[in-house]
Structures are given as C-alpha cells and as structure tokens.
Design a protein around this ligand. Structure first.
Ligand code: CP
Length: 341
C-alpha cells in the first residue's frame, strides 16, 4: 500500500486537495445527520506534541474516537524521542504499534525526519515553518461560507499581520487553489523570498494571484475574508515591544479596518488569539466573524485527513480468516479455563 505523509500542502495537487476537502465535507454532513461510520475501527494515532495545543490536540483525539479508533497523547519528558532514543528508533517503534502519527514539532526538520523513517503516515500538526491541517480546514471553511455568486477561484483572501507559519501555509494553499491572496504587513515582517517564489509558481499554474503590501487599507478593499494571527509566539517575548510598535495600530483588525472591506467580508483567525492585540473583540465577535466555525472544522478536517491517509491502508479479516482464528483462540481459552478449575 502506498505510503503518503501530510507535511506540506505543496506536496499535493489542487485536485488531490479538492478530494480531501470533499471527504471532509461528506464526513461532516453525515456526522451532522447522525451518521458516524467507524471508518478507522481499532486504529491508533500517536500524537507527538513538543508545544502546547488546544484545537489540534482535541480535534485529532476526538476525531479518532468518532472514527472508532484511539489516540495517544505523547509529550516530551514522557517519551524518549530524541533524548534517550533516536528519532529513528522511536518512529520505527511507533510504526509497529500505531497506524498513523501526528506531530507538532518545534523544528520543521523534526517532522521531516519522522516522515523519512516512518512506515505509517505522518501528519504535520504545526512546525516553525507551516500548519497544513489548519489551512485545509480554512479553505474548507471558506467554501462553506462562500459569498453568493462566487466560486473558489473568485475568492480574495487578505492576511494582515506577521509572516507566521499559518501565513506561509495559507499563502501556499490559496495560490495553489487558484485564489487571490494578499498579505499586508510592515516590510520587515513580510514573507521571505523563497515563500514568495513558491506562491508565485503556484499562481502561474493555477491562475491565482499574490500581492504583498504594507498598506492594510488597500489590502482589504476587495477582501472576501480577512485573516489574522498572533503578532508574537512563544520564544519571541523579547521582541514584544518592537513587534507591538511595528503593528499597532495600523495592522490591528478593528472595526475601522473591517468596515473598509466589502460589506460581505468575513473575519477568520486560526486561534489562539490575543484579543485586543491583533484583532479587537468587536471583530472577533462580529456577526461576520467565522472563527468558531473554523475551530469546529478542525475536527471535521482531521477526520477527513485521517480517513484519506489511513483508511486505504487498513486490513480487515475475511469471514474464513475470522472463523479459523476464532476456533484457535476459543480452544486456547477452553484449555485455560480447564487449568483454572
Ligand atoms: N490553531 C491551532 O493550531 O490551535 P492550537 O495551537 O490550539 O492547536
């Protein structure tokens, strides 16, 4: 069976991403109607988290339960990964006991190394470079909230703020899907040249477009969705005064900026958020904010991704095989009972 990992949306064609999104859609619709097939019955997911998480951890764990499987939360200090045991040895052991591995790692290279050695699919749950599960969820959410009369290829997505791992992933998936992507940030917080060149290559193939600007008002003028993320993350505490000065108030998504976008524009945030910093409460809780639909969709997205990568690899016994092994186990159990009576 073909082994594929989900490390970067750039490893997948537009058609493959649409297949994943369709799977998410039909599984979600079935679930909402009360139909929740156990597509990953008895399967196990190893979840490695080198950083804290609410949405990614909960969505993967609940997804496995709803699909009839099981998830294990593994954190540094509780497993040997990379400390008392090489990544190679750990991943080989996990591959023998689990059907899939999800990993949130501090360094992108760590998840790449996991994938290089794994014999089961590895799903990237966020690194210092990207966050592919989040942005598949985001595109699915945008499609669910599509403005009337528009198609995917008509959508304008504007990201305001720092060039985070979410920005890199969102820029790459939107341009791959043929959408129109704008990033507004002060020049020193704009994406590096290689990210831009990959997104431009996506546009050349898909018909999408990419705009990088330091003008947030121009950036929102035709936005169907305004998206923002934290201005600083764990490990950047020393930079808070400098970052706050660079972004505030011009790049804050407040009512004033939101009202400069078209009247149908919707607000998105991957969360967690620093309310009152990158976005104000009025926008976070606005009737056109879809942030909690986005969060809920992480659950449906993880279900679609897990089924896409794991379901084709599962083997279930035929009736003949079940009969043979049931007879052998029953006879061993009878001997056990006899010995103990
Ligand atoms: N958006 C996201 O990945 O959230 P968590 O950090 O809570 O998983």
């Amino acid at each position: 069976m073909r082994l594929r990992h989900f490390i970067d949306t750039q490893d997948f064609s537009k058609q493959e991403l649409l297949e994943i999104i369709n799977l998410i859609r039909v599984i979600k619709q079935g679930y909402k109607a009360g139909y929740s097939p156990k597509l990953l019955k008895d399967a196990s997911l190893a979840m490695i988290f080198e950083e804290p998480s609410t949405r990614t951890r909960v969505s993967f764990e609940v997804a496995m339960t709803q699909l009839g499987g099981h998830a294990l939360y593994l954190k540094p200090g509780e497993i040997h990964l990379g400390v008392r045991e090489s990544i190679y040895d750990t991943v080989k052991v996990l591959s023998r006991m689990c059907d899939v591995i999800e990993a949130r790692t501090l360094k992108h290279e760590t998840v790449m190394e996991l994938a290089r050695h794994a014999d089961v699919p590895v799903i990237n749950g966020l690194t210092d470079y990207n966050h592919p599960t989040q942005v598949v969820c985001d595109v699915f959410t945008m499609i669910e909230h599509m403005p009337a009369g528009k198609n995917l290829e008509d959508l304008h997505v504007t990201f305001i703020g720092d060039a985070t791992n979410v920005l890199s992933s969102l820029m790459l998936i939107c341009t791959r899907m043929g959408m129109h992507f704008t990033h507004a940030a002060p020049k020193r917080y704009q994406p590096p040249a290689d990210w831009i060149s990959w997104a431009q290559a996506n546009c050349a193939e898909s018909g999408g477009s990419l705009t990088i600007t330091d003008d947030p008002i121009a950036a929102v003028s035709s936005a169907d969705y305004i998206y923002t993320d934290l201005w600083w993350w764990v490990g950047q505490e020393d930079e808070i005064p400098e970052r706050r000065a660079a972004f505030m108030p011009r790049y804050q998504v407040n009512l004033d900026l939101f009202n400069k976008a078209p009247a149908h524009c919707q607000f998105m945030h991957c969360l967690p958020a620093s309310r009152g910093v990158e976005a104000t409460d009025e926008v976070m809780d606005h009737p056109r904010s879809i942030i909690f639909d986005q969060s809920e969709n992480r659950l449906h997205t993880e279900k679609g991704l897990l089924v896409y990568f794991v379901y084709p690899r599962l083997h279930y016994a035929t009736e003949e095989t079940v009969a043979l092994h049931k007879q052998q186990i029953d006879s061993a159990l009878s001997r056990l009972i006899k010995m103990n009576t």
